[in-house]
Design a protein around this ligand. Structure first.
Ligand SMILES: C[S@@+](CC[C@H](N)C(=O)[O-])C[C@H]1O[C@@H](n2cnc3c(N)ncnc32)[C@H](O)[C@@H]1O
Length: 244
């Protein structure tokens, strides 16, 4: 699937499972982990250049919030370079950002990307034409999400867009259970054992907090976004587009 080291973090039966953290252990296997765990991840990244063509405004900023190893930032970098936009990748994991810088430095558009190690809630956002938040809001405490999204909305220029990808839940209990089962089948098909799947689920309990699409939609409208739609969905992961 890719050439980065294989994720075997939860393969061991030893010891209790600690709460999930984006530490050095995760950084070293992250591309393999996200590709084998998040249905539709690659499609989300592949959609970004076309979204950038639609929404990047000349000279404006682009934010990649929870940038991890910079996959989203790198996907929009050619368009950013063409339109003289600065991309700001933000993450609060120093280990992630160190590796992210090494990866970005290998690309010709690296000078258009700046990295900032900070909590997303402490940053002042400004002059943005596109904000990308792929699989990161789900790690922010639910009661703090509206304030963060409001700050993001206020930083967007007229015509600006937020691209928000999240794990989601479903209102009907049977469909919700079935979607979880389908997600587990996806992971099994990608080589994770039942032990790894259940230990990872325990590690993410109370750390990754998914919500129903209607909760996202309502909050995005409360934050001031005028239009909100799902533009892509694979099982229980979806990408929403919210326009200023
Ligand atoms: C699932 S990863 C995001 C993947 C990435 N956007 C991509 O498309 O490859 C979530 C990232 O958000 C970061 N993160 C979580 N909470 C954060 C916060 N409060 N402030 C900044 N970064 C945060 C984590 O360190 C992690 O790198």
């Amino acid at each position: 699937m890719n050439s980065t080291p294989r994720d075997t973090i939860y393969a061991s039966v030893k010891g209790k499972v600690d709460a999930f953290k984006f530490d050095q252990r995760v950084v070293s296997v992250f591309p393999d982990m996200i590709a084998r765990s998040v249905p539709g991840y690659q499609s989300t990244i592949e959609m970004l250049p076309a979204l950038a063509e639609l929404y990047l405004q000349r000279g404006a900023q682009v934010y990649d919030l929870g940038c991890s190893l910079g996959a989203s930032a790198l996907a929009v970098a050619p368009c950013a370079a063409k339109r003289n936009c600065k991309i700001i990748g933000i993450d609060n994991s120093a280990a992630m950002l160190k590796k992210c810088q090494q990866i970005i430095d290998q690309y010709s558009h690296s000078s258009f990307i700046d990295l900032l190690c900070a909590d997303l809630q402490d940053v002042e956002y400004r002059h943005a034409s596109m904000v990308i938040m792929n699989y990161t809001l789900q790690f922010i405490p639910i009661e703090q999400r509206l304030q963060l999204l409001t700050k993001i909305q206020q930083s967007l220029l007229p015509g600006g867009a937020l691209v928000l990808s999240e794990k989601i839940t479903f209102q009907n209990p049977k469909i919700n259970r079935d979607m979880i089962a389908l997600h587990q089948a996806f992971k099994r098909a990608n080589g994770y054992s039942d032990l790894e799947i259940s230990r990872k689920r325990a590690a993410l309990e109370n750390v990754l907090l998914p919500e129903h699409y209607s909760e996202h939609q309502e909050r995005l409208h409360s934050a001031g976004f005028s239009q909100v739609e799902i533009v892509c969905q694979t099982l229980n992961f979806c990408t929403m587009l919210a326009l200023k």
